[in-house]
Design a protein around this ligand. Sequence first.
Ligand code: GRF
Length: 201
Amino acid sequence: MTARVLVLVSGAGSTLQALLDAAADPAYGAQIVAVGADRTGIEGLRRAERVGVPTFVCRVADYADRATWDVALTGLCSAYAPDLVVSAGFLKLTGPAFLDSFGGRFVNSHPALLPSFPGMHGPRDALTYGVKVSGCTLFLVDAGVDTGPVVAQRAVPVHDDDDEGRLHERIKDAERAMLVDAIGRMLREGYRIDGRKVTIP
Ligand code: GRF
């Protein structure tokens, strides 16, 4: 059976592209049924349009408040009946309505080894701290900021001459591989959440 995956993006969408490429092979076991964004004019949306995947935009500014936006985003996503929602560089925190509908099947990729360096500037904060190893984390989103149960992680070395851009690009290479591998396994084999521990059999 082919699982239904909806991807949320805010920018370049290189991680989305990795999932689109993987899902083009029927053996991957997942179909990208839609791509949603919180803004217009981004390459992430164009990547979906180029391969005929439906897109939608849900901008916070178009709603009275954040809670109304959250309900609207939940409705737009629900219409595609996804088995899994993937935040791939989606730069908004979703709220209670979204988590009520998609909790336990909403994953996010973060460019640091959580619980180190949560928030918007994972690569920059890792460089500032001076760690020698950073990486990326795939986790199930909960009500906190980058606090949900960890599904997968990959380590990435920090080089002496790294700047934020170089380190982030190296981490993004690892993120794309991690996402394609872990999401494929979650959907083909299923997964179990036991407190903070996530296992893919
Ligand atoms: C990734 O590093 C993701 O973790 C972060 O933004 C990057 C997304 O890049 N939040 P892209 O838009 O998929 O190219």
